[in-house]
Design a protein around this ligand. Structure first.
Ligand SMILES: *Cc1c(COP(=O)(O)O)cnc(C)c1O
Ligand code: SF4
Length: 353
């Protein structure tokens, strides 16, 4: 699809042909629950002739979003419960999320924070940001700070640099991790000023890119990854397993190969959270396990993310398999190879004496 501009409201989506006029009311209702946005880079990646296009499916509002299932929640992973102060989520002892802005370059219809993101969300004032930094300064157990949101790479380079510098100056902070969709969704933002803003002297700064389909790695996105990697920034990827987008072994294989080929290491494959109005995106856990099993033999270890579930209620993430090891009747083990054949492995030797 050819486009130079962004689509930001239902009428833009209708004019582009991505939403049929008959769906106008549904698009309007969906946009009242979560804002709409897609920019030129990802618009160009959409095949308009394909009614089931996996890029369009992630960003185009649909009537299915209005269906809320009983098990779905406003705060599926308990962010609010674990927020001790505005802008901070502190669930694990050694790491916190810091959320300076609520806006995103695109609005993913399956977003795990869909009820918090958008221009009406909470932007930290300078005083609130300082209070959040003080929270981190006062807790030596915080080793890693994850900038999340919203999308931290939508901050101006000056504000981003100030935050990175402030964190870098905290002696106990060893790692600054930035979770972002900008390299694929707004790759034109990754310029010299932004990359300079990411310079940390003391801490290691990682960028984790949210990417769900190989076609999101457009030429502009690949350039953005290359420029970040050339600046010495280690790149990770986070992928959400999504029905109708990437719930297919060949699609995931192409994605993980494309990421590694562009120097981005797949980190997590997230099972989707129980977000309201996202049931049409959610496969079963058994589907995710079968896909991971299929990829085990097909892809090198470099290309394998960990499949994780954020346990509803705020209990943190758990790897959800599949497992390759089972206890056998003799106290030893049966371990499964990538072809599905099992092999015996002995128990540990008995203690001497
Ligand atoms: C996901 C998450 C993290 C990061 O977890 P990792 O397993 O280290 O990637 C940290 N804090 C919160 C609140 C999270 O939701
Ligand atoms: S970019 Fe991330 S936070 Fe923003 S809408 Fe998409 S999934 Fe949600």
């Amino acid at each position: 699809m050819d486009a130079k501009t962004s689509l930001r409201n239902p009428s833009d989506f209708i004019a582009s042909g991505l939403v049929p006029p008959a769906q106008a009311a549904a698009a309007e209702a969906a946009s009242a629950r979560q804002p709409l946005a897609i920019g030129p880079a990802l618009l160009a990646a959409i095949d308009a002739a394909d009614a089931a296009d996996p890029i369009a499916r992630q960003f185009v509002p649909s009537a299915e979003e209005l269906e809320v299932l009983e098990e779905e929640m406003a705060d599926p992973i308990g962010d609010h419960r674990h927020s001790p102060i505005k802008g901070i989520v502190h669930r694990y002892p050694d790491r916190v999320l810091l959320k300076p802005i609520p806006v995103c370059p695109v609005y993913c219809r399956f977003c795990f924070r869909r009820e918090d993101v958008g221009p009406d969300g909470e932007t930290l004032t300078p005083a609130e940001l300082e209070a959040a930094l003080d929270y981190i300064r006062a807790r030596p157990e915080i080793w890693e700070v994850i900038l999340s949101g919203g999308d931290p790479l939508l901050l101006s380079p000056r504000r981003l640099r100030d935050i990175v510098r402030s964190l870098d100056r905290i002696p106990h902070v060893g790692v600054i991790r930035i979770h972002t969709r900008v390299p694929v969704a707004a790759p034109e933002r990754i310029d010299g000023d932004l990359i300079a803003a990411l310079e940390a002297d003391d801490s290691a700064l990682y960028v984790a890119i949210h990417c769900n389909h190989a076609r999101e790695l457009t030429p502009a996105a690949r350039h953005a990854c290359r420029d970040l990697a050339r600046a010495g920034i280690p790149l990770l990827a986070q992928t959400v397993l999504l029905k109708g987008v990437n719930d297919d072994a060949a699609v995931l294989e192409a994605l993980f190969r494309a990421l590694v080929r562009n120097r981005v290491r797949p980190y997590y494959l997230h099972h989707p959270d129980l977000v309201r109005g996202t049931g049409h995106f959610r496969p079963g856990l058994e589907t995710g396990q079968a896909l991971m099993r299929a990829l085990r033999g097909r892809l090198s270890g470099l290309c394998q993310p960990t499949y994780v579930l954020d346990i509803p209620g705020g209990h943190g993430k758990a790897p959800v398999g599949p497992g390759y090891l089972a206890k056998d009747a003799t106290g030893g083990w049966q371990v499964e190879d990538y072809r599905g054949e099992t092999h015996a492995y002995p128990p540990a030797p008995p203690k001497a004496g």
